[in-house]
Design a protein around this ligand. Structure first.
Ligand code: SF4
Ligand code: SF4
Length: 87
């Protein structure tokens, strides 16, 4: 039987995820501290802390994905919650 792929997000990564004001999840293990995402963020939501990218102003984040697109390490992800409903 084929084994399942590993989960994209573990509990530790999701613990602070806010469905009402989502912000990107940054994997500090993958982040190389280049700062490209900080420069690319049009809403100044990101900053560098100890040479790692951090969402320093979560309320400013518009979840547009510029940071995710520019990251050369694929360290940034934007999870989406799929809600099924009847029409
Ligand atoms: S662009 Fe990616 S690797 Fe560079 S600082 Fe941001 S999260 Fe880290
Ligand atoms: S999703 Fe957009 S607004 Fe939010 S941190 Fe990334 S670039 Fe900035």
């Amino acid at each position: 039987m084929a084994s399942l792929p590993p989960p994209l997000y573990n509990d530790a990564m999701m613990k602070d995820f806010d469905h009402t004001n989502p912000t990107p999840i940054i994997d500090v293990e993958l982040c190389n501290g280049c700062g490209l995402c900080v420069t690319a963020c049009p809403h100044n939501a990101l900053g560098m802390v100890d040479d790692k990218a951090v969402v320093v102003h979560p309320q400013a984040c518009e979840y547009d994905g510029c940071c995710e697109l520019i990251c050369p390490m694929q360290a940034i992800d934007r999870p989406f919650l799929i809600i099924l409903g009847e029409t």
